[in-house]
Design a protein around this ligand. Sequence first.
Ligand code: NAP
Length: 302
Amino acid sequence: MYDIIIVGAGPAGLTACIYACIARKKVLVLEKEVYGGQIVNANKVKNYPGFEEISGYDYATKLYTQAKSLGPEIKFEEVIDIYDKGDLKEVKTSKSNYIGKSVIIATGSKNRKLGLSNEDKLLGKGISYCATCDGTFYKNKVVAITGGGNSAIDDALYLSNIAEKLYLIYRQKDFRIESINLDKLKKKDNVEFILDTNIIDIKGEDKLESITIKNNETNEEKELKVDGLFIAIGHIPVSDMCNNIVKTNETGYIIADEDCQTNVDGIFVAGDIRVKEIRQLTTACSDGTVAALNACKYLAKK
Ligand code: NAP
């Protein structure tokens, strides 16, 4: 029996873990994959207070080490379901069932896919969602990146310093963001902007060979030979394991106010998975703090 079961070991979940352990609660953290969440993929983090610059991996490792030193149980198991049994909550994983007095859901979000055939088959064989992880494999090669948000622009700038040629493919006629990195990218000789265009096909057997793009206005199709394709088109929430128990919005993000309390008594939410406007490392940690302290308050009342 645990006081608090935390689902997800990203910045929100691990921050919640630190606060809950310091409050002397019996804590179980359940994580499906690796600790750190999406920040692990960030090449450089320059906006986390207290660190002028730190790699995402180093930050995540420091956070994990700090949380672990405080004595929680941490298990790498996928949570499949959460049941509300009044004062107790049952968390079912791929391996076991756990009972807690409260739960904090901090599952974050995952990469959005283009949804094209061959996208999964060629993952790791030319297709990647993480420029920082895989960019160096494309030294002096021809790569494409698709997306028009901050991630795509930051990743494009990173890749432009490695690849011989980079195509930046975006579905709108113009960018909606303002970014210093976009200005830098526009000055690069090896970067070709292909706007108002979607990728409609991915070709390759054992490795990526080419992509087919289609202009939205002219419907003109063109095949581009590329060694790599980086997909940076945003994220979707990871809430499948709990969307039958807590209220979510139409896109699957969990609804809670700034107190991180969901519609179910004793179930809290923290980080990118919560409905909110600004999703940053700092706001994820902030949510982790609030969720853990409110879970402690909830336990004290009980
Ligand atoms: P995002 O802001 O949601 O941008 C997603 C991009 O992908 C948009 O340009 C969108 O196009 C495009 N897109 C979505 N679905 C698509 C599809 N099916 N096919 C083709 N294109 C598609 O995601 P993000 O760039 O990952 O950023 C997430 C959050 O983190 C944002 O709040 C961002 O500001 C923040 N962030 C900040 C920084 C920074 O401050 N340096 C760096 C990275 C991320 P449309 O424009 O047409 O919708």
